[in-house]
Design a protein around this ligand. Structure first.
Ligand SMILES: Cc1cc2nc3c(=O)[nH]c(=O)nc-3n(C[C@H](O)[C@H](O)[C@H](O)COP(=O)(O)OP(=O)(O)OC[C@H]3O[C@@H](n4cnc5c(N)ncnc54)[C@H](O)[C@@H]3O)c2cc1C
Length: 393
């Protein structure tokens, strides 16, 4: 079998993998980034909404920003509209073109010196003395042993890298959002705002969204709870019903499916010689399903910590734990809050969601972080949300 050697091998060229590879390469490391698909960023499995916090990681570029939005309209099950606007909103600000964005990030990694290889899938890790020492990869039917000081699992929601290293990454159905989405054109809507629709008839244990993609086009999708999804209750059927009622004359030009991990972060994201980033580490806000920016942030931290580990020639779990403590410090609390809020809201009946929406109707909420919205809701509905308040405070 062919053998190769690098300082770092990164499995998966989504935002998490590309930013990790770029950061590690910028520190002068010998980095290989492998992607099983033939084209990075395709197929798109994302609603593509991010806050303007993305500017902390990368300068905005018209090539991969489809639309800029002023805020979000949220609709309760009975249609009550709540207008949310402000600078600090999560998953609202820009709507990306992920097929270009993901390629852009991988190109940035390549420009920094990383080697990028598509059509190359990892199918196991090389282990020696309890340490991950690389991966077995297959490209065009040929197997290669790729040795590396550190293996990075950036292989998304279906991640296997963590499991291969003995980290428990299994997701319960109730902690998965099963999604279907259409790229639609020729539709009439307010393309200054992203829209969210709640209600058990529209999207049980989830929500529907309409994210502007420029002019008369939008990413229109639905995510439902994995525990309520079965042959008779499929996300695609809910999406078709939603589109029939909302955009009966719209044209569907692409259809996409995907899943979002809503478990909150896994209990440990490092092992000897190994780091998990992005969806593979479940770094997604369980309340909103947003994970792009967390993946990028974690990738920056991972690349930095790996560089230090290489310099010190120490790839132990203990050394790599710096990654774990830094990402938890940076955004772990937001994910924990999101998890508590998700678990609370998913158990509320539609009538209660209506009451909550009505309590905010007509109010323009500025400075919309998830926490700010939750605090406003608690302030207006102290009795109903006493349980949530106790969990959060
Ligand atoms: C329907 C849907 C809507 C979403 N909407 C939003 C949103 O609006 N805003 C937001 O912030 N987030 C959203 N998310 C979540 C967001 O897409 C993810 O959090 C983000 O893509 C995570 O990045 P990642 O790099 O960790 O994983 P991914 O982007 O999933 O990348 C993982 C990569 O690894 C590759 N790979 C997997 N296994 C292997 C292997 N064995 N060998 C080689 N390569 C491999 C995959 O092909 C893939 O390219 C959404 C997700 C879904 C499914």
């Amino acid at each position: 079998m062919k053998e190769e050697r690098y300082d770092v091998v990164v499995v998966g060229a989504g935002p998490a993998g590309s930013v990790t590879a770029k950061t590690a390469a910028e520190h002068g490391l010998d980095v290989l980034l492998i992607e099983r698909n033939q084209e990075i960023g395709v197929p798109v499995k994302c609603a593509e909404g991010v806050s303007k916090e993305i500017e902390k990681f990368v300068a905005p570029d018209k090539r991969w920003i489809c639309a800029e939005v002023k805020g979000a309209n949220m609709y309760g099950p009975d249609g009550t509209k709540v207008v949310l606007s402000g600078e600090k909103m999560e998953e609202v600000g820009y709507v990306l073109e992920r097929r270009i964005f993901d390629k852009f990030l991988a190109s940035e990694a390549a420009r920094a010196g990383a080697e990028v290889r598509v059509k190359t899938g990892a199918h196991g890790i090389i282990e020696e003395d309890g340490y991950a020492k690389g991966v077995y990869a297959r490209a065009m039917g040929e197997d290669t042993r790729i040795y590396a000081h550190v293996v990075v699992g950036a292989d998304g929601v279906e991640s296997k890298v963590g499991r291969w290293a003995g980290i428990k990454t299994r997701l319960q159905p109730s902690n998965i959002s099963v999604c279907a989405e259409f790229l639609m054109c020729d539709i009439e809507f307010n393309n200054d705002y992203s829209e969210f629709f709640l209600g058990s008839e529209i999207a049980p244990k989830g929500y529907a969204w309409v994210f502007p993609k420029g002019e008369d086009c939008a990413n229109v999708g639905i995510g439902i709870g994995g525990d309520v999804s079965d042959e008779k209750h499929r996300a695609i059927d809910y999406l078709k019903a939603f589109v029939r009622s909302r955009f009966p004359d719209g044209k569907i030009v692409a259809e996409m499916y995907g899943a979002v991990p809503l478990s909150g972060p896994i209990y440990e994201s490092v092992a000897d010689g190994l780091i998990l980033v992005g969806d593979a580490a479940r770094q997604v806000n369980p309340l909103t399903g947003g994970g792009i920016l967390y993946a990028m942030h974690a990738g920056e931290i991972a690349g930095d910590v790996i560089a230090k580990a290489v310099q010190e020639n120490n790839f132990s779990k203990k050394r790599l734990m710096e990654y774990e403590s830094r990402w938890r410090e940076a955004f772990g609390k937001r994910l924990e809050t999101g998890l508590k809020a998700k678990d609370f809201f998913l158990n509320l009946p539609d009538e209660d969601l209506n009451t909550l929406a009505q309590s905010l109707a007509g109010v323009k909420i500025k400075e919309l972080s998830t926490l700010a919205l939750l605090m406003e809701l608690i302030r207006r509905n102290p009795k109903m949300l006493l349980g949530l308040a106790k969990m959060l405070l």
